[in-house]
Write a protein that binds this ligand. Sequence first.
Ligand code: ZN
Length: 157
Amino acid sequence: MVRFLMENLGKSGCSIGDNFIKAVDCKRKISGGYVRGGGIMVCSNYMNMQDEVNQVLIHELIHAYDDCTAKNLNWANCAHHACSEIRAGHLSGDCHFKRELLRGYMKLRGHEQDCVKRRVMKSVMANPHCSETAAKDAMEAVWQTCYNDTRPFDRAP
Ligand SMILES: [Zn+2]
């Protein structure tokens, strides 16, 4: 999946330099991030398994893809940010059953969407431009559209 997303970034004319992906030591307890113009960072001090690294890369590559292909994407806009988080959460498999069990969440029915929503809220609320209410309203407003937008995949992997 990482390779597929990298290829699609290239095909979409998004510039990926040699240092697009960096392993860094993070002070805050986060797994990684994407910064426009700065590429993807993976917080290597919080990674224990290769699978976690892949997961972060896939999630952040979807942000990079959105940043490059969505016209006028504005990360300060809570709805724009929420949309990319919905896609990244849904398409990266962050919320696959197995991973949720590892986190101790056992509810089965509708668990995938609940999990994506929980993670979207966490990320968007960390955006200094978005309060909790703004994050929730934004997420709900764009949910249908963004959850069903599976580009560059034909359907959610
Ligand atoms: Zn994210």
